[in-house]
Structure formats: structure tokens, C-alpha cells
Design a protein around this ligand. Structure first.
Ligand code: ADP
Length: 358
């Protein structure tokens, strides 16, 4: 059983509420197991520029309830180069960092694989508000981001109802529409517009007109930021103008943007972050690495990072030539089944949005 003397923790890529709770759990669990722990400041760029700080139990006091990340985060292109990677490895050697737990999204996990392949065993903890890592049912930050969005959508609902208006709201999610879809269902929106499912614009506008004729006053439509018009414009703003013109309902547009990335993590995110953080350290203690901690059917488990990354590309139709060759027929079949399952889960909720907003 491999036991490391010293490990590093870092947060990388887009921040997410609950990252602090994960960093805290990783630090405290590793310290409890008798390891030294250091924090890498500013994600992978901190490894390149040798920004390493010692972490004690007190260093992670009072952060479980805070959004953002106390170690800061960064996007670091230099880390993708061999030269940058070698600088990162040199920093690990200099400080005696024998393993790393990296909190972030799919980009962060690609970096984690590179570190593992160069002799620094690394485990990933999925932190991204978008819930866009196909292999895990849940990523830390998703619930908090949705609750923040929902609070603001509820505010718009009040004023839409008062003034008989429609509000089209754009929420984050890159190429994953889950924040839009779930908040649409939870806010009683008339429709969700997401990249994964073709949107029936004419049908939705007709339905809004029917609901107006039936006496409905306020309308909400939630659009994911990853939906664009054919000529590359953000769809939410375009749709707002169309609804306004075609229904006669005064329609406003709101973009929540990065607001939903901040704020206090919800109980769901604190719990998941704590459980995943502890599990990440346990995996290292078991001598395992190049894994991403996952939540599958309510259980905290783990998957090979390469498998998780390719399963993700398969679901998003972004496979590159040769991607599937490294995997067995059973693994490829499992990826395909997972993609079908994810699509079905989205379709189910999508139908419910229409069925419950009459
Ligand atoms: P996220 O982890 O939230 O998906 P990014 O995609 O920006 O965010 O990735 C975070 C960081 O991970 C990048 O800035 C870079 O330092 C590192 N990274 C991303 N892709 C790779 C890659 N292919 N190889 C090595 N490192 C990568």
C-alpha cells in the first residue's frame, strides 16, 4: 500500500461553489492520515511558477461555507506544453510533492493525466457548475449554481406576473444545457432551450400565445449560453425579440453570466465535496491514481480519467480518430450506453417542462 509523505492540492479551471469544501476535506483527511499537505496557488500555473504554501488544519478553517477557491484558480496554457509540464514536475520534486489531488473540470483532468504519466500520481475531483462531466452523475457546484439562478429567476417571475411580461434568461453551461433545463423545470418556465435537443421555436411561440389567451400573465424561457443562431449570434437575445414581436407580450432579456458561479455552496455541494475529497485521498492511500472521483447512483466511486474523458467526448460527439481504440469492446459499449442514458435523462426532463407549463 503506497503511502505518500507529502501531497499537493489545487483548484484549476472554472471555479465552482464547493471547491473550498473539497480542498478542506482533502487537506484535513490527508493530514489525518499523517501526510504533509501543500496548496498549489492558482491551479497549474502555481506548479509552473512555484507558488506552493503549506496547509495545516487551521489553513482550511472557515472555508467550507465559502464560494470561490481560497487557493485561487487559473487557466494556464503553458501547462499544456512539454516545457511547462517539466517546470511543474520540477516544482513537485523541489517540494517533495509525491502526489496531487486536482479539483476542476475536464481540462483539469487532462492535466492530471499528464502529471500521472510523468511520475506524479494524480486524482481528480469533479468541480464544475455545468455538471458536464458525463461519467459522473454529479459535479460539485451544480446545485449551488442552479439555486442561485433559481433565486434570480423567481425574482423575475414576480415582476413578469405583475406586468404581464415574458423574460428570457440566459444561464451558463457551455455545451451542456443542464443548468437551463433543470432551472426551467424548477421555475415553471414555459420552455428550456439547450444545445442537446433541437428547439421548436414556432411551436413554443404558438404555445405562449395560447397560454396568454388562456389568461396566463407571466412567462419565463430559460436558454443555455451554448445555443447559437445559424449566423453565430447568442440565441437567447434573438429569441426574446422574436417572442416580443410575435406574441405582443413585452419580453425582456437577462444574462446571469458569472453571477451563478459565486456564492455560498449549498448543503448538497458541501456534502458531495466532503465525500469526494475524502475519497480522493483514500484512493491515493490505496496506491491508485489517474482516477476521477465520481458519484454514480448516489454512491461515491471512481473511474479511470482517460475513460471518463473519452466517455465525455463520445457523449458530446467530439470523438477524435483513434479515441476508442484504447478501450475494450465492453468499455466502448458502456460509453455508448452511458451516452444514451444521459440523452434519455435530458429528454425526460425536457418533456416535463412542456407538460407542466400549460
Ligand atoms: P476545466 O478544468 O474547468 O475544464 P479548463 O478546460 O480551462 O477548465 O482547464 C483547466 C486547465 O487545465 C487549463 O488551463 C490547463 O492548464 C489544463 N489543461 C487543459 N487541457 C489540458 C491538456 N490537454 N493537457 C494538459 N493540461 C490541460
Amino acid at each position: 500500500m503506497a503511502k505518500f509523505r507529502k501531497i499537493g492540492v489545487l483548484a484549476s479551471g472554472g471555479d465552482a461553489p464547493g471547491m473550498n469544501a473539497a480542498l478542506r476535506a482533502i487537506t484535513r483527511k490527508a493530514l489525518d492520515e499523517g501526510m504533509e499537505v501543500v496548496g498549489v496557488v492558482g491551479g497549474y500555473s502555481g506548479l509552473i511558477h512555484d507558488e506552493i504554501i503549506p496547509l495545516t488544519p487551521r489553513a482550511v478553517s472557515n472555508i467550507i461555507s465559502r464560494g470561490g477557491t481560497f487557493l485561487y484558480s487559473d487557466r494556464c496554457d503553458e501547462f499544456k506544453t512539454e516545457e511547462g509540464m517539466q517546470k511543474a514536475i520540477a516544482t513537485c520534486k523541489k517540494h517533495g510533492i509525491e502526489a496531487i489531488v486536482a479539483c476542476g473540470g475536464d481540462g483539469t483532468f487532462r492535466g492530471a493525466t499528464d502529471l500521472t504519466n510523468r511520475g506524479i500520481p494524480t486524482v481528480g475531483v469533479p468541480c464544475t457548475i455545468d455538471n458536464d462531466i458525463t461519467a459522473t452523475d454529479y459535479t460539485i457546484g451544480f446545485d449551488s449554481a442552479m439555486n442561485t439562478a433559481l433565486k434570480m429567476i423567481d425574482c423575475l417571475r414576480d415582476t413578469c406576473e405583475s406586468h404581464a411580461r415574458c423574460n428570457v434568461v440566459e444561464v451558463m453551461g457551455r455545451d451542456c444545457g443542464q443548468i437551463a433545463l433543470f432551472t426551467a423545470l424548477a421555475s415553471g418556465a414555459a420552455a428550456a432551450v439547450i444545445p442537446e435537443i433541437p428547439f421548436d421555436e414556432a411551436g413554443t411561440i404558438a404555445r405562449i400565445k395560447e397560454m396568454k389567451a388562456d389568461g396566463k400573465r407571466g412567462f419565463l424561457v430559460i436558454v443555455s449560453e451554448g445555443v447559437f443562431t445559424e449566423d453565430g449570434k447568442k440565441y437567447g437575445e434573438v429569441l426574446a425579440k422574436k417572442i416580443d414581436a410575435e406574441t405582443g407580450i413585452e419580453t425582456k432579456f437577462a444574462r446571469f453570466a458569472h453571477v451563478v458561479r459565486g456564492g455560498d455552496p449549498t448543503l448538497r455541494d458541501r456534502l458531495t465535496a466532503s465525500r469526494m475529497g475524502v475519497r480522493a485521498v483514500e484512493l491515493l492511500l490505496e496506491g491508485k491514481s489517474n482516477l476521477v472521483v465520481c458519484e454514480i447512483d448516489g454512491k461515491i466511486t471512481d473511474l479511470d480519467i482517460n475513460y471518463a474523458l473519452i466517455a465525455d467526448r463520445n457523449y458530446k460527439n467530439k470523438l477524435k480518430p483513434g479515441d476508442l481504440e484504447k478501450f475494450s469492446a465492453e468499455e466502448v459499449a458502456a460509453m455508448k450506453a452511458l451516452a444514451a442514458q444521459r440523452h434519455e435523462e435530458m429528454l425526460d426532463v425536457y418533456r416535463m417542462v412542456a407538460e407542466t407549463s400549460k
